[in-house]
Design a protein. Structure first.
Length: 58
């Protein structure tokens, strides 16, 4: 994820973090402070790219 290619928006108690990576765009939303969403977005990006460890139980 490239931090320079993101948008953060809030409406009431809902925040959204949108980022672009090549030909793909992703967004995470939640009832949380917008400062927390970049951390969530990083975790999502790692999962999408297959970089996060597989935590499913066998």
């Amino acid at each position: 994820m490239t931090p320079s290619h993101h948008v953060v928006a809030t409406e009431g108690d809902v925040a959204a973090f949108l980022w672009f990576d090549g030909g793909m765009s992703c967004v995470v939303t939640g009832r949380t402070h917008e400062a927390r969403l970049p951390t969530v977005a990083q975790a999502v990006d790692e999962q999408v790219r297959g970089l996060a460890p597989d935590r499913r139980q066998p």
